[in-house]
Structures are given as structure tokens and as C-alpha cells.
Ligand binder design. Sequence first.
Ligand code: B12
Ligand code: SF4
Ligand code: SF4
Length: 295
Amino acid sequence: MRSMSQRERPLALLDPQQLAPLWEVLAEHGLVLASIVNVASLPPEIWLAETTSRQQGALLLLGHGGRLFWEQYRRDAALNIADPVDNYSATVSERALRQYLPAFSYERLFPLTDCPVNLMALGRVLGWHTPSPLGMGINARYGLWSAYRALWWLDAELATVSDETGHPVAYPPIAVSANASAAPDICGQCATQACIAACPAQAVAAAALPNLQRCADYRLTAQSACAETCLARMACPVMPAQRYTAAQMAYHYDLTRSQIHLFSSRAAADKRSGHVSAAAQTMDAGASTPEANYD
Ligand code: B12
Ligand code: SF4
Ligand code: SF4
């Protein structure tokens, strides 16, 4: 981990082409999406907070796709630890950094209660996915079945920073494209748009952001068909083999359902007392549980 004094020293040059063994070991743990990019080449909208990490250095973004991560995690992790998926992601990625980049210092930005980066915006910039009616990105290789697992800041300067059009180059080039502007618009070319008709709450619409309130209200109803799943996500015909298993689905959707329940109970209590808490205005998931694996 880095210290304040380490932040001041000049950055060492890192050749991304030498990272093949790092990508390999991460992929073995199911972290099959991995990109590294210089901070200086990123647009300001990816940042949610002022932080020294946005001045210089590089960001290493890791994500899982499909089922492999879940299988590895179930095999390796002690399930009785707090925030197991986040802890597992942080532990295996830090171990890999120590082993393959011992000369660099680094700082974890996610999982973290106050992650200073808008992960979905960063993923878009790096070409990981294109927009879908569900709001989450869709990836050519993993469909709707990917999520961010870890984000690390490194005191490194990458040898190459951007392509000829000025877009940051992601290493290694990933399934969709290394360049967001060149990624295929999967949902724009989808003939069925089955996700829209499949949503029982009419929360999903073409060319619009999903209505998260409708989704949340429906998920809390006693007869909800989306207590442990998302019918719209399951209906997507892209890469069906990557769909989460029933246990994986139930884990994540149980977690978000209880967060939504907590949020709405607090809001109702505030309404009764005439007091509006910060948690009622925006659900402070971090305050109630640091686990951020809402996948
Ligand atoms: C808090 C949070 C939630 C909260 C949001 C509550 C609230 N209104 O405050 C809850 C628990 C409800 C939630 C739910 C889900 N989330 Co969420 N969530 C986060 C988290 C940890 C922080 C977002 C945040 O507060 N950003 C800071 C604010 C300032 O930025 P913002 O843009 O205003 O943030 C809002 C949106 O991000 C929105 N939101 C949160 N999650 C999602 C997911 C989707 C698909 C959309 C459209 C919007 C959305 O809620 C935020 C607050 O209003 C991020 C991880 C991260 N650190 O980015 C994951 C994250 C955004 N969630 C994700 C996912 C997948 C989901 C779920 C599909 C999980 C599930 N299986 O149910 C659902 C879908 C939402 C829905 N349809 O209702 C993924 C998206 C991955 C992707 N492939 O693009 C992320 C990136 C987590 C990850 N590890 O990858 N989430
Ligand atoms: S069903 Fe079609 S429009 Fe909906 S998420 Fe899948 S590819 Fe996109
Ligand atoms: S969880 Fe259910 S209500 Fe929410 S978007 Fe998916 S299908 Fe619609």
C-alpha cells in the first residue's frame, strides 16, 4: 500500500505488454475483465470525489463475467467472513499485485464504502460495455452478466496512453473493444428487446433509463416474481450460457432486496416522524453494509 511520501516520488514506467502473467492469474479467479489505464487520459466525469488518485498514476479495473468467479469464490472463500465477495475480490487481486508488480505501490479504491469513482462510467470509457435498457452495461462476451469487482490505483505510468483518436487504450484489448467508440451497440441491434416485455413492473423501456423506483416498489411486493431474480435480465438472449446460476442470482438479489427494504422502511419512519434523514434521501448502502457486490 502507498504512503503520502510515495505519492510525491516520480512514477515508474510500466509496460502493459508485460502484464500477461497478472491477467492470467486474475482470470483463474474469475476476474476475466481487466483493464489498466493512465489516470491522465480519463475524462473528469468518472470521478465522484476529489482524491489525490485523480492527479496521476494508473487505474486497474477488474470485473467478473459469467459464472467462473462465483465458482472460484465458493471454492476458495471462507463464507463466514464479513462481506465475503468483496473481501475475496480484494484479497485475490491484492495478492496478484504483490506477486506480479512488487516494485509498485498501490491503493484500493473499490471495494470501499466511499468509492471515489463512478464504476459504470469508467467501464463505459474503457469499452467494457454499451448501454442497455436495464441501465447496466452489456458486454459482447458476457452479455448482462458482468460486474465490477475491484479498482486499484497504481503509482505507475503506462508506456502507451491513447490511440490515434485520443481514446484511452485499455490493456489487454478486451472482448468488446479497447475503444468505447468502436464497441458494437448490442441493444440497438437487438430484434426482440425481450427484456422490456419481460419486466412485470414496466420499469424497463427502450431508449430510456430504467425506472428504479418502479423496480424497487415491485420487488418489495409480497407476490413479486423478482424477489430473487430479474425477469428482464433473464430474458435477454445475449450469451445465455453466461447467466448466473440460481444460487448466484439469489445471493445478489436477496442482498439488494434487503437493502431496498431497509431504505424504504427508513423513509416510511422518517415520513411518520416528519424527519428526513440522509439515508432516506439516498439509500446509504455503505452505512448499512459495506458489501458493494450488487451484481
Ligand atoms: C448503492 C448501489 C446500489 C443500491 C442503490 C440504492 C440507491 N438508490 O442509493 C441498490 C442496492 C438498490 C443497488 C441495486 C442494484 N445494483 Co447497484 N450499486 C450500488 C453501488 C455500490 C454504489 C452506487 C452509488 O451510490 N454511486 C454513487 C452515486 C453518487 O452515483 P449515482 O450514479 O447517482 O449512483 C446511483 C446509481 O448507481 C443507482 N444504481 C445503483 N445500482 C444500479 C444498477 C443499475 C443497473 C442502475 C441502472 C442504477 C444503479 O443508484 C445509485 C444511487 O442513486 C455501485 C458500485 C459503485 N461503487 O459504483 C453498485 C452498482 C452500480 N450496482 C450494480 C448492480 C448490478 C445492481 C443490481 C442489478 C444488483 C441486483 N442484482 O439487484 C441492482 C439494480 C438496480 C435496480 N434495478 O433497482 C453494478 C452495475 C454493474 C454493471 N454491470 O453495470 C454496480 C456497478 C456494482 C458492481 N459491483 O458492479 N445498487
Ligand atoms: S434483450 Fe435485447 S435490448 Fe434487452 S438487454 Fe438484451 S440485447 Fe439489450
Ligand atoms: S428486477 Fe423485476 S421489476 Fe426490476 S427491472 Fe428486473 S424484471 Fe423489472
